[in-house]
Design a protein around this ligand. Sequence first.
Ligand SMILES: [Fe+2]
Ligand SMILES: [Fe+2]
Length: 147
Amino acid sequence: MHPARRHLIHDHAELARLGGELETALDGDDRTGTQEIWTRFESALVSHLEAEERWLFPLFSSEHADELRALRREHARLRHLASEEGLAADLRTLRRETATELLAELRAHAAREDETVYAWLEQLPEPGKLEQLLDALVRRAGGIVTG
Ligand SMILES: [Fe+2]
Ligand SMILES: [Fe+2]
């Protein structure tokens, strides 16, 4: 598997892990913990969505326009849910059910990407573009390559 694809898959796993921690904090009624984990989860989510929109989606412009439109719509929906929940987390009123809803939508979105854009990555006609994507992802992670 190309390291760029592994990098993106690692992001999904990390978001799922933070989401699990968030649910645990909510179940334990740990308000301080919830707020702290929410902050980490939200920044990881926003950074992942931005990276995909800036560097990944443009690699598949014309031939996969419909699918890309659908993925961008899902990003908008995830951002909307996250901003509502971020406000609730700040006010210490974030509910378990709302968090679970966001995490379920995020899981479905991640699964869809795994089968579409992430899978297409390795069939790119210009492999040099994959290297550029990897460079951008590595720079975003502060020079740390994972996986
Ligand atoms: Fe995405
Ligand atoms: Fe993703």
